[in-house]
Design a protein. Structure first.
Length: 413
């Protein structure tokens, strides 16, 4: 039963180094290797591996990726970015605008989706406003992580908790407990970034130029899909609040708008081809590897051996944040959630898992898939990146402040 742990350790080392000799590896390839390793060695059966895949998460990501690609390809994203940020006159206003707009959007479109569509938007702003690209990339990474905390569809781990954690009225519950601390954390993150990049910001000049829409028909369908997302979210909240017994899954919020684009856009094949299939493979492989690790009992024994109160809010916040650096936040939540539900954890404890498992992405680059998506897209399309040390230097402070705020709010809830 130690083989899954060895495989997990190898996967972690490879993700940290991302190369073997002169061979550069991508994160999805490393995770796929891990899944294949536990399958080939018989640590998990093919049937158990198939059952371990949370298709609600995969389908939700698939739908949102289609919507995101349509927004980028038609040019509406760049056009909307101009409309949204054109009134920004100072660099302070720019940072606040990026933090709050991307943060709030990630609560509904999922942080991984915003990580994809947000990169071209912030790189456009960096060029036009003469702001260091690394600063806006960092701002985007922190924004989509923090903003996604307050919604059950803000990120895959929150979706897991909403679907499998028996959280009553997920939308209402998440916003009730996590909205205010999330808004406060976004503002505090602005202050931290401002301190670290004070000199760079003083040298920047904010200017704007309108970007044209490249495909009017696709732009119309993209806007319609966004409206549909909003309507479906409203419908989901309404059915929950009124206790209407309808099988209205969260995945429908993403799949229905995506089907609209696939059905009526002449560029449907192009959109499907440009989906980030690698990220979907990453999540499928991750579910398989983490199920094998879970079946080994190692993580449960390690946590139990520390004699910690696993349902205590401070413990949940710290354990989920630190262990997410080892196994990433989604698999950590997938491992920790069954332990909490079996122990009869309260709603605030489950929300602490959502907060800690998400905010973990602000500590190190490897703490969240959205960080990796941002960096890979920035490197591939724009030749820009965020160094591990630069991220960690600011991320440690941001994470400590974020955790303190969530602990205070959840403790008095």
């Amino acid at each position: 039963m130690i083989i899954p742990i060895i495989v997990l350790a190898i996967v972690f080392v490879l993700i940290a180094t991302r190369r073997i000799g002169n061979i550069k590896l991508q994160i999805w390839q490393i995770m796929l290797f891990g899944a294949l390793a536990v399958l080939v060695t018989g640590q998990i059966s093919p049937l158990d591996a198939l059952n371990s895949i949370n298709f609600d998460v995969i389908l939700f990501l698939l739908g949102m990726f289609i919507v995101g690609e349509a927004l980028v390809e038609c040019g509406y994203l760049s056009h909307a970015a101009y409309k949204l940020f054109r009134r920004v006159k100072t660099t302070d206003q720019l940072l606040l605008a990026v933090l709050f707009s991307m943060g709030m959007a990630s609560a509904f479109l999922m942080n991984d989706t915003l990580a994809i569509i947000g990169v071209p938007a912030v790189m456009l702003l960096a060029r036009q406003c003469r702001v260091p690209p690394r600063l806006l990339l960092l701002t985007l990474a922190f924004a989509v992580t923090i903003g996604s905390v307050m919604s059950p569809i803000g990120n895959p781990q929150n979706l897991l908790i909403a679907l499998n954690g028996n959280v009553a009225s997920p939308f209402v519950t998440f916003f009730r407990y996590l909205f205010l601390p999330t808004i406060l954390n976004l503002f505090l993150t602005f202050l931290i970034l401002r301190v670290f990049y004070k000199k760079d910001l003083q040298e920047c000049v904010v200017t704007h130029a309108e970007e044209p829409i490249k495909d009017q028909k696709l732009a119309f369908l993209s806007k319609l899909s966004l409206i549909l997302v909003g309507m479906l979210i409203t419908a989901k909240i309404t059915t929950v609040m009124l206790n209407i017994k309808i099988d209205f899954r969260l995945t429908y919020i993403a799949l229905i708008p995506a089907l609209l684009l696939v059905a009526f856009s002449r560029r449907r094949i192009e959109l499907v081809k440009k989906i980030d299939w690698r990220t979907l493979v990453f999540f499928i492989a991750m579910f398989i590897l983490m199920e094998s690790v879970w079946e080994s009992g190692f993580i449960q024994s390690a946590i139990t051996g520390l004699n910690l109160s696993i349902t205590s809010i401070p413990v949940v916040l710290l354990v989920s944040t630190l262990l997410s650096q080892v196994v990433s936040n989604v698999p950590l939540v997938a491992l920790y959630l069954p332990m909490l539900t079996s122990a009869g954890a309260s709603t605030t404890t489950l929300l602490a898992l959502a907060a800690g498992g998400t905010i973990a992405g602000n500590l190190f680059i490897l703490g969240a898939a959205s960080n990796v998506i941002i960096i890979q897209n920035a490197e591939k399309k724009f030749g820009e990146t965020i160094r591990f040390v630069d991220f960690a230097k600011i991320g440690t402070i941001v994470t400590a402040v974020n955790l303190l705020v969530y602990w205070l709010f959840l403790s008095i809830a």
